[in-house]
Design a binder for this molecule. Structure first.
Ligand code: DAT
Ligand code: MG
Length: 151
């Protein structure tokens, strides 16, 4: 099973969208295997967004992501990385399709509510940045045979 890193950003927390994000992830059939609320330190923010450090919006991005508590999660399921990116929608909420989290709740690229890893490699990197292995919980769900044909 694949794992991805998901984070409800400070605007999502302030706007009361933690439950909305969790609801959409759960009802899709994905399994949450780790979750915590935290305030991101500047150093972690810069590391998490290291690929964007030369971009003009980098310092605004770091300020935004450290501006309030976030809810970080590890989400597991078949093709979890791609499936969660689809649930989340395009980076700019103004262009994200209705029915996606960003498409339904956002208007501004600098306030796009939620983060999700964009590849299996970034998922692994981001999960390790935010969680220790003991914070990730392995458990079975009896419903999985009704979600996956071959389980
Ligand atoms: P995503 O979050 O969809 O993976 P990304 O990795 O390209 O998008 O960018 C990370 C975050 O940086 C994104 O969620 C919002 C911000 N961002 C991206 N492009 C931006 C832009 N052109 N102007 C302002 N902020 C931007
Ligand atoms: Mg990204």
């Amino acid at each position: 099973m694949e794992r991805t890193f998901v984070m409800v950003k400070p605007d999502g927390v302030q706007r009361g969208l933690i439950g909305e994000a969790v609801r959409r992830i759960e009802r899709k059939g994905l399994k949450i295997v780790a979750m915590k609320m935290m305030k991101i330190e500047k150093e972690l923010a810069e590391n998490h967004y290291a690929e964007h450090k030369e971009k003009p919006f980098f310092s605004a991005l770091v300020s935004y992501i450290t501006s309030g508590p976030v809810v970080a999660m590890v989400v597991e399921g078949r093709n979890a990385v791609k499936v969660v990116r689809t649930l989340v929608g395009a980076t700019n909420p103004a262009e994200a399709n209705p029915g996606t989290i960003r498409g339904d709740f956002g208007l501004d690229v600098g306030r796009n509510i939620i983060h999700a890893s964009d590849s299996i490699e970034s998922a692994e990197r981001e999960i390790n940045l935010f969680f220790t292995s003991s914070e990730i919980v392995e458990y079975d769900r009896s419903i999985d045979g009704w979600i996956y044909e071959d389980i």
